[in-house]
Design a protein around this ligand. Structure first.
Ligand code: HEM
Length: 391
């Protein structure tokens, strides 16, 4: 008896495949941007497996961590350097994939009813990935690891009433120290990955229930306009994955230094602050919003917190009945200004916040919020236009 028949008799494998993969129809009118969800699943698997191998040699102790990474893993363990490069480049590229995945969702209105739960679980995944990247960055215990953690945890101090106590609670000490390293280690290797897997399963399930959106944003007739997820859609997906992996391993072998800050090859020194402290490229835009309101630290902090959460509220900010951005000229203008603005903020985030840069930072931060303010207005204009057309 073949293994598949044996399993089928006991677990109804064929029925499961039919219901979940073959009967699941994906619209024909989608483009390669709809592959980024599966690329994210692939990237998470790569990060998980490479992380597992790093875990075999890493030492979560402030006296040993730096050498366990920079000496043991990078020099002594066979192919240790490869696993470290895969993990570091992967952690950076996963954010590129996330941003493209989110931008696709915004442009085609994939956050609108009935996909709000897909959007909310996606947003939770973004927060969890950010937390995983932040906690992971401390683990090599280099200068930038230490000072990035010190700077970001200090931000919590400004929260009214509980701030100062909360910072000590997060750090486990008065400053970032061994206790911080061990708790960040626990979060990074167990708690956050497990949570990510659970939320990822809910995210995928919620897409399966409501079905994928498409370029036109209109619900499809599944019999005529849908193709089976397996094997039709997945065969294209494998092609995209192959091209992506070529690009990914090119970065891993030849351009890995973009994902590894030079300053972080010096061991953490609590007594010496580096000249410039900045986060990895994927957090630079938010960091610039924080610095953008240079005349008031408190305003900067509020703006920073808002910039991280506003995206969650898109389904309620944009109530236009037109779903896809393809059919919304006004929205398209706002969308492309927003994307350009995000890039400008990212570039500015690494430059010193002085003189002209400070002013451009302020304007770019205001434009960032302008996008969210413009959405209800655009929706209102579009609703009026539609009503006018009906009359
Ligand atoms: C690790 C993180 C993530 C994984 C593994 C993931 C995975 C997926 C997959 C496999 C799909 C179906 C295929 C596709 O449409 O691309 C999907 C769809 C979707 N995801 Fe994600 N996603 C993640 C993060 C996010 C984030 C951060 C958001 C938004 C804040 C988001 C919002 C959506 C939306 C709205 C859809 C439906 C798209 C449509 O039907 O047009 N996802 N996701």
């Amino acid at each position: 008896m073949r293994l598949i028949d044996w399993l089928d008799e006991r677990l109804e494998i064929r029925k499961l495949i039919k219901v979940t993969l073959i009967d699941y129809k994906v619209p024909k009118n989608i483009n390669f941007l709809w592959s980024f969800g599966m690329l994210l699943v692939l990237m998470f698997a790569i990060l998980f497996i490479s992380g597992l191998f790093l875990l075999m040699y890493y030492k979560p102790d402030s006296n040993l961590a730096f050498d366990s990474v920079n000496k043991t893993i990078m020099m002594d363990v066979s192919f240790g350097w490869l696993f470290r490069h895969v993990h570091a480049v992967g952690a950076s590229i996963v954010f590129l994939l996330l941003y493209i995945h989110i931008a696709r969702g915004i442009f085609y209105g994939s956050y609108k009813p009935p996909r709000e739960v897909v959007w909310i679980t996606g947003y939770i995944l973004f927060v969890l990935f950010s937390a995983t990247a932040f906690t992971g960055y401390l683990l090599p215990w280099g200068q930038m690891s230490y000072w990035a953690a010190q700077t970001i945890t200090t931000l919590f101090e400004k929260i009214p009433f509980i701030g100062p106590d909360l910072v000590i609670w997060i750090r486990g000490d008065y400053a970032v120290a061994d206790a911080t390293l061990t708790r960040f280690f626990a979060l990074h290797v167990v708690f956050l990955p497990v949570l990510i897997m659970i939320v990822m399963a809910i995210h995928l399930y919620s897409v399966r229930v409501v079905g994928s959106n498409n370029e036109d944003g209109k619900p499809i007739d599944k019999k005529k306009e849908g193709v089976p997820f397996w094997p039709v859609f997945m065969s294209k997906e494998f092609f995209v994955m192959t091209v992506f992996l070529l690009f990914f391993f090119f970065l891993v072998f030849y351009k890995f230094d973009f994902a590894m800050d030079r300053v972080n090859f010096e061991p953490a020194n609590p007594l010496q602050t580096p000249t410039h402290i900045y986060p990895e490229w994927y957090f630079l835009a938010y960091y610039e919003v924080l610095r953008g309101f240079f005349f008031s630290q408190n305003l900067g902090l509020i703006a920073f917190a808002l910039s991280m959460v506003l995206i969650l509220f898109l389904p309620w900010l944009d109530k236009s009945p037109i779903v896809s951005g393809k059919n919304r000229p006004l929205f398209q203008i706002a969308f492309w200004i927003f994307i350009l603005d995000f890039l400008v903020l990212t570039v500015l985030g690494k430059l010193p916040p002085t003189g002209l840069y400070a002013w451009i930072g302020l304007i770019a931060s205001l434009i960032f919020f302008g996008f969210f303010i413009s959405l209800p207005i655009i929706a209102k204009i579009e609703k009026k236009q539609l009503e006018g057309e009906k009359k």
